[in-house]
Design a binder for this molecule. Structure first.
Ligand code: AVJ
Length: 361
């Protein structure tokens, strides 16, 4: 599934103040000092994408729409599940190797710009920065000033990540509410030494050609000497993968089916959410876990805002996500031919998760 590129036309620069429209937002502490850049034409994307992808054969929905407020909360819950080990494995590696990561990427003097693609709730970046700034036995001398750029289509994710990072010393934060591509356009063509973070196995949402193309886009936004830190989940036994994506508590099922709840709410759809069940499949040939929503019975579905009126057969599916898994060699190869040179890799052997730091040539 593709990630659509946003043009940067109609960009508005907005300083956050407390009269935010969202009610839940007012209840939380706002971080007024953070700059938010919004890119305005995205509101209509959801309806257009639903119209386009649901008409495909097989029917699909782009996985990036899984992350509304409830979807993000359910994803956070997934990260706490004993069967979903990606987040814990990665946090452990970031915590342990933070100092080394920054020492290998920061310029000899001056600030380091950190750009995170898809920061989620901000915990990964918070862990990295706190661990790097904390006093410890191995001193690399200085902690550079950090200019942090968070790039996410979800306003909710940007709010959460911004709040998580708000208390840090010597860190300036700019939030870009846009697609990855839109964010990369924004940060390209400036001289600052940059470290791009693409963590949590988010790269797994791209198919192989898509990942290749996207890594090239990251490379094109960087200059020689800049760095990229990628976290990827590795191929592992099928039963482990299926437990991770179809957990016994049904949290992943709820995460998946919430996409229908969102369509009903935002686009006036009439999905009978109960009439769809969650299915996770390990597609060995494609090296990916797929999530699907399976219609339990023949049913008619109308989504007025997306001009949809279809009848789904019993057993017919909507494919909502792919999580591609990698072998270490394969990742090294794709990074190499997209313009990066290896610096260092750290493996969580037990969870089969790999953190790789590379430099733009
Ligand atoms: C956030 C895309 C990396 O694919 O593992 C978790 C999302 N989907 N459980 C992943 C997800 C089902 C997750 N990523």
């Amino acid at each position: 599934m593709r990630h659509s590129a946003a043009s940067d036309k109609g960009r508005t620069k907005v300083l956050r103040h407390t009269e935010e429209t969202d009610r839940t937002d007012r209840l939380r502490k706002s971080s007024d000092a953070q700059e938010v850049l919004r890119y305005s034409e995205q509101d209509t994307d959801f309806a257009r994408d639903v119209e386009y992808y649901l008409a495909l054969e097989p029917r699909q929905l782009p996985s990036r729409y899984l992350y509304d407020a409830l979807g993000s909360a359910l994803f956070d819950a997934i990260c706490e599940l004993p069967w979903y080990r990606i987040t814990r494995a990665e946090l452990g590696l970031l915590d342990t190797h933070a100092r080394e990561i920054l020492a290998l990427t920061a310029p000899p003097s001056g600030p380091l710009r950190i750009v995170e693609l898809g920061p989620g709730n901000g915990t990964k970046l918070l862990t990295l920065i706190e661990a790097a700034q904390s006093p410890g036995p191995v001193r690399d001398g200085r902690s550079p000033h950090l200019d942090v750029h968070l790039i996410d289509v979800s306003a909710n994710a940007l709010d959460q990540a911004g709040r998580a990072l708000a208390g840090l010393d010597d860190v300036a934060i700019v939030k870009h509410q846009t697609t990855y591509e839109g964010g990369l356009d924004e940060i390209a063509r400036t001289g600052a030494r940059t470290l791009v973070l693409f963590l949590g196995s988010n790269i797994g949402n791209f198919d192989r050609p898509g990942a290749d193309e996207f890594l090239r886009a990251i490379r094109a936004a960087l200059g020689p000497g800049d760095a990229l830190l990628v976290g990827v989940d590795l191929v592992k036994p099928e039963y482990e993968l299926l437990l991770a994506y179809d957990d016994p508590l049904g949290i992943t099922a709820a995460f998946n089916r919430n996409l229908l709840v969102r369509i009903n709410r935002e686009l006036g759809g009439d999905f009978d959410v109960d009439a769809f069940r969650h299915r996770a499949v390990w597609n060995r040939n494609e090296s990916r876990v797929e999530m699907h929503l399976v219609s339990r019975r023949r049913q008619r579905v109308r989504i007025p805002a997306a001009h949809i009126d279809v009848t789904m057969k019993e057993g017919e599916t909507i494919w909502t996500e792919s999580s591609y898994k990698y072998e270490p060699d394969e990742l090294a190869a794709v990074l190499e031919h997209t313009g990066f040179r290896p610096i260092e890799s750290w493996l969580a052997a037990e969870e089969r998760f790999l953190l790789t730091l590379v430099r733009a040539e």
